[in-house]
Write a protein that binds this ligand. Sequence first.
Ligand SMILES: Nc1ncnc2c1ncn2[C@@H]1O[C@H](COP(=O)(O)OP(=O)(O)O)[C@@H](O)[C@H]1O
Ligand SMILES: [Mg+2]
Length: 370
Amino acid sequence: MTHVPRTRVAVVFGGRSTEHQISCISAGGVLRALDPEEFEVVPVGITPEGAWVLVDNDPERLAITSGRLPSLDAGSGAPVVWTADPSRGISVHEPGHVPEVLSDVDVVFPLLHGPYGEDGTLQGLLELAGVPYVGSGVLASAAAMDKAVTKVLVAAAGITQTPYVVISDREWTYDRAAALGSVRSLQLPVFVKPARAGSSVGISRVTDWADLELAIEQARDHDPKTVVEQGIVGREIECGVLARTDGSGPESSVCAEIRVLGDHDFYDFEAKYLDDVTELAVPADLPDEVSDRVRQAACAAFDAVGCEDYARVDFFVTDGGDVVFNEINTIPGFTHISLFPRMWQESGVEYPELVARLVRTALTKRRGLR
Ligand SMILES: Nc1ncnc2c1ncn2[C@@H]1O[C@H](COP(=O)(O)OP(=O)(O)O)[C@@H](O)[C@H]1O
Ligand SMILES: [Mg+2]
């Protein structure tokens, strides 16, 4: 019997963003799904403080146990140093031991949500280190993380969006009256958002102009750049996109709908993770004609931002049937109950197949500028 070497996959997860715990759960799902016959997994965790540690390949440790969300700390494993020098790769530094260089990793699966992971920073390190990785490259990751930049790219592709205003740190600091004036050109309610965040942190729905400044200050606690959008009345519909490897354009999954119940004004942090107040429908109950338009817009947004491999694209669908783009996530939630895997499951791609497909595709990608 010939021995086929296994593919060494470093799954990088945790991270410094507010979505640290969700990333740990996503990683647990991926570790469980990677077939040990084909893949050897190197789980690399990043603590909320930014320390890199080599974690045991124990998916149970990364599951929700008795209602507690998993997280990492400096004691979760031996310190790992990942250099940008392609000849050095990764090394493990056990206290009191000579640093041990890990043999080459074939491919990296970054599973970090939000800033310092989904935003092109980690992708930049991996480009420098010369290691192929799953997902979008530096530019698309950074562009998709920044809601102000995404809007410019998506608008250029002719995709419908809600009217919005961007307030830079300089404008807020030196020309606040003008910034507030331009926001008042929008109609209430407005949504005030940090340009680069996630999980709805720092987002407020403003129904009275008197509350605008406080909402902007709250958004600025997360990012000095703020986006203010006119509120859309409509259903929240999401769609998964996967790149094809045969040179044809990306393909889309069935759509999903998120319905927020109870007294949440919108899909806020509590509704996303803490409360049992959301109802998810996969596939979404939409006329074919509407879901076709969502799916086309999802693929168009994927291409407009220059995404690679996969993304989840989020929309609003109004009562009149208008499809309005909201945002694109280049590393969507990847837990078993997350929408991205569920939409693909409903489209005929089971979770383990989805994970394996992403890793295999990343291995075949061209190195360097793409
Ligand atoms: N323009 C808008 N109109 C109506 N609801 C909005 C609008 N923007 C955001 N929301 C609500 O806020 C939630 C979070 O906003 P989103 O832009 O998706 O931020 P995040 O990147 O944190 O997920 C959305 O899921 C939706 O419920
Ligand atoms: Mg969102």
